[in-house]
Design a protein around this ligand. Structure first.
Ligand code: GDP
Length: 455
């Protein structure tokens, strides 16, 4: 439901900053500006012009802070309502004080995401674009930001609109026959319907194929480093991080807990976890570390299994291979600067084998590229037209659309026309729920409640 009252909130992040922005949206925005903002130069607030002045407490006349104010008259604003933004000093006390004099004009504190929700409800953006706004703010990597920006520009929405138009075309043809129950679908119309639905299915199927990659771009991956003690796991972690985060010693068993850092490999966000060296041991603390490492193996998107290539393959190496048998693994053969003795059995089972010398950094770039290649398959992720599904909500809706279309196509020649029309409407409903055309209030509540206040 959309109550057209006027809302206000702090739009900058909590805490102290250079400037703080208080945003007001709704019919009363200009009234708020005229009540609590006194421009230095006469002329009042002019739409889309900044003016410098003071925020004052309307009750006491006291000056609260200096500020820049910009008034944006509807519909040329973020929400398509009248909007006032006040830029004041960025300390949390002053920002809260400005907010309180704004609220004292009789406007309401905004709910989380309510400005963006209004932009959606007023038709400025669709739901995919609204969610993308959130993703832009929460981006963990360059690639995630790029994908979110493309979604916010409407590239995914455009594909979904193409699907909708194909389905509406097919539905119109089917419905034309419902009005004439004695007629069968003619050959020409059957061909036209199949062609439209086929095109819609193709676009949906292509989008579904992008989901895994889109999710990985948006959320990043977790990469677990395992290996026997002294294989060079900590040295590798430090090389990947370019710092001395993990303690490197020649005494086996020094990393006893899990060390975690997030970094970016060619724009992909990677959560790196370095674990205790895996081996048989009587040391209780070390055993606990090993057990934690083993627990993490099944949760990781990728395992880097580090082997000391200067030693022959032994029972401890075999133990590692057994533990990672069900995982996606890159075998990392370390210490290639020393004479090579290791012969790794069954190399074919790994995603790849990369030879490195963690000490000198040899092979580290290749390892990073190999990790990226294992997850980002398309070469076009930075092209203007690249689009991918990145949210489970979108994927689930398109899977449901695909199922309805499969049912439709399978029954085209022998099912009742009313039922066929129902399949198409189900598919339209599913596609529309992604862009928000058919999303319920509960769905909107769920999506926007995860936004921050002020967005
Ligand atoms: P971890 O126990 O698996 O974390 O192993 P560390 O990273 O602590 O390394 C164990 C020992 O191997 C240290 O003395 C490192 O300096 C040494 N080491 C690590 N990588 C290399 C390498 O590429 N070449 C050589 N020669 N020594 C290495």
């Amino acid at each position: 439901m959309y109550i057209r009252d006027t809302i206000a909130a702090v739009s900058t992040a909590p805490g102290n900053g250079g400037i703080g922005i208080i945003r007001v949206s709704g019919d009363q925005a200009a009234m708020v500006g005229n009540t609590i903002f006194k421009p230095v130069y006469d002329g009042g607030l002019v739409s889309h012009r900044f003016s410098f002045g003071a925020v004052i407490d309307a009750q006491t006349g006291e000056k609260v802070d200096e500020a820049m104010a910009v008034y944006m008259k509807a519909p040329r604003s973020y929400t398509r309502e009248d909007v006032l933004e006040l830029q004041c000093h960025g300390g949390w006390v002053v920002v809260e004080r400005v907010l309180s004099v704004v609220l004292s004009c009789g406007v309401r504190l905004a709910d989380p995401g309510e400005f963006t929700r209004r932009a959606f409800l007023n038709g400025r953006i669709d739901l995919v674009q609204a969610e993308a706004v959130m993703d832009i703010i929460a981006s963990k990597s360059e690639a995630a930001l790029q994908l979110a920006q493309k979604q916010s520009e409407g590239i995914l929405s455009k594909r979904l609109e193409d699907v909708r138009l194909c389905l509406l075309h097919a539905l119109a043809l089917v419905e034309a026959y419902i009005d004439f129950p004695d007629d069968d679908l003619g050959d020409t119309d059957t061909t036209a319907i199949l062609s439209s639905v086929g095109e819609a299915r193709r676009i949906v199927a292509d989008l579904l194929l992008t989901f895994e990659e889109g999710r990985i771009i948006r959320e990043g991956i977790s990469v677990l480093i395992v290996g026997k003690p002294n294989a060079g796991k900590s040295s590798l972690l430090n090389r990947l991080l370019n710092e001395n985060r993990a303690i490197v010693t020649h005494i086996p068993g020094t990393t006893r807990d899990i060390i975690e850092e997030t970094i970016s490999f060619d724009g992909l966000s990677v959560r790196l976890l370095d674990t205790a060296g895996i081996r048989q041991t009587d040391d209780i603390v070390e055993r606990e570390g090993i057990s934690r490492a083993l627990d993490k193996i099944s949760q990781a998107d990728l395992v880097l299994a580090v082997f000391d290539a200067s030693r022959t393959f032994g029972p401890e190496d075999q133990m590692i291979l057994d533990e990672v048998a069900d995982s996606r693994v890159i075998a990392v053969l370390n210490k290639t600067d020393l004479p090579q003795l290791l012969v790794l059995p069954d190399e074919g089972r790994f995603v790849s084998t990369v030879r490195i010398a963690a000490l000198s950094g040899e092979g580290i770039d290749l390892l990073k590229q190999t990790v990226c290649k294992a997850f980002l398959h398309s070469t076009a992720t930075d092209s203007r037209e690249y689009v991918a599904l990145s949210k489970a909500r979108h994927r689930d809706a398109l899977v449901s659309a695909e199922q309805s279309l499969t049912k439709f196509t399978g029954g085209l020649r022998d099912r009742n026309l009313e039922l066929l029309a129902l399949d198409l409407r189900d598919a339209l409903q599913a596609v529309g729920s992604v862009t928000g055309q058919t999303a319920t209030d509960e769905v909107l509540d769920l999506i926007f409640s995860s936004f921050c206040i002020g967005k």
